[in-house]
Design a protein around this ligand. Sequence first.
Ligand SMILES: Nc1nc2c(ncn2[C@@H]2O[C@H](COP(=O)(O)OP(=O)(O)O)[C@@H](O)[C@H]2O)c(=O)[nH]1
Ligand SMILES: [Mg+2]
Length: 207
Amino acid sequence: MLIKYVEFIKSATRAAHYPPGDLPEIAFAGRSNVGKSSLINVLVNRKSLVRTSSTPGRTQLINFFDVNGQFTLVDLPGYGFAKVPLAVKKQWGPMMENYLAKRANLRGVILILDIRRTPVAEDIQMLHWLQAYSIKPILVITKCDKVSKNERGKQSRIIAQTLGVTPEELNFFSALNREGKDLIWRKIEEVLPAETADAAGEASKAT
Ligand SMILES: Nc1nc2c(ncn2[C@@H]2O[C@H](COP(=O)(O)OP(=O)(O)O)[C@@H](O)[C@H]2O)c(=O)[nH]1
Ligand SMILES: [Mg+2]
């Protein structure tokens, strides 16, 4: 995938404020601090397009980014951070379900999980919503640099089992050493409409 440019479009909480849905869209979801911003930054080759934060979970905004004028990347609000006020926590479910139900141009959601953690209720809820709305999930297991090969095998079986998927459906990633970057782009290209993926692929061959 050739990234010619990436531009922040806008933030929104409700559907009336989403940008026009005229381009195919890929969204990123996961609990706070899982490494969502780091993954997006590695994918688009930017150091800090999306802010990586040590005090996560305060923003409950849906952030839209334009890539090459060809498709949109969406940073969804993180969940599961203990210190977030209850009122903010309560907004998360309806905000997510509304987005997933209404965004007709949404082609796939990258659900990000930490290799060291067992999936939480919201991870499972997110996967169920994707199944219910027939939105293709791409499961990314991040922070893989933090565990041994052995531990990776053990944890991926636990994660797969908790989510009710096969370990083969898990895509391993590390923002530190960039393992998995190309594989995740291939998965994204698979869910983009053929003409979008082809256009981006042709552009990358030409350079
Ligand atoms: N070792 C390691 N640390 C990571 C990785 N991805 C993210 N982090 C760190 O985890 C913390 C949270 O990352 P961030 O991308 O802000 O998470 P977000 O809240 O999900 O957007 C930051 O300190 C990152 O540097 C990774 O693949 N490996
Ligand atoms: Mg973030």
